[in-house]
Write a protein that binds this ligand. Structure first.
Ligand code: 5GP
Ligand code: MG
Ligand code: MG
Length: 193
């Protein structure tokens, strides 16, 4: 286990099993439909890469980047698109692939924006959702795991752009982001999630 992690919440094996399950469900639902998997950069990249290979119907991949609350560990609700889709979605069934739903603010914004582009359908698949009161209610069609309201990293999720490459989801030691051990982030632009 990485020295900055105090607990592994979801192991590689658990992720693998869950991704296969979700892939099966999604394949059944989207049989014969024009499916676009819309990944949110950067956090959902490992998830969408694994999930896409567990889906057995034809699909397209595209990505959006949503800039967020920098390197902080709490949501500010400030959301802006820094990379948009390559084309229109009015003839596609769109499935948003998210790493984690916390306050719900990011997805609420994204859903609102995408609905105005008239996709044939719009659904949401999140690897993780936090058990907490949302600032915006989100109806999530596919959920990997419900997790406690702790700050987690790994399998795409970062702290100050680090830890995305951990193959599991773990709880970051609070000492990493409290006080003198805080990673150097001054040279970085606001984080893309
Ligand atoms: P929301 O807008 O739902 O509060 O935030 C969703 C985004 O916040 C996620 O896509 C993710 O980038 C970030 N986020 C929320 N909770 C966590 C967490 O526990 N760990 C990490 N690394 N990012 C989180
Ligand atoms: Mg995200
Ligand atoms: Mg982040």
């Amino acid at each position: 286990m990485h020295k900055d992690i105090c607990e592994i919440l979801i192991s590689e094996e658990q992720i693998r099993t869950k991704v296969a399950e979700l892939g099966q469900q999604i394949s059944e639902h989207y049989q014969g439909k024009n499916l676009l998997l819309l990944g949110t950069l950067k956090g959902a990249v490992p998830f969408i890469a694994d999930l896409a290979r567990a889906i057995h119907v034809p699909l397209e991949l595209d990505y959006m980047a949503v800039a967020s609350y920098g390197d902080s560990t709490v949501s500010s609700g400030i959301v802006r698109i820094t990379k948009d889709l390559e084309g229109p979605i009015d003839h596609k069934h769109v499935l948003i692939i998210e790493d984690i739903i916390d306050s719900g603010l990011t997805l609420h914004y994204l859903i609102d924006l995408l609905r105005r582009r008239n996709p044939l359908s719009l659904r949401i698949c999140a690897l993780l959702t936090k058990d907490r009161k949302r600032l915006q209610e989100i109806e999530c069609d596919y959920v990997g795991f419900h997790i406690p309201d702790r700050f987690v990293v790994g399998y795409g999720l970062d702290y100050a752009q680090r830890y995305r490459n951990l193959p599991y989801v773990g709880i970051l030691k609070p000492s990493v982001y409290e006080g003198s051990q805080k990673p150097q982030t001054e040279h970085q632009s606001p984080a893309e999630r």
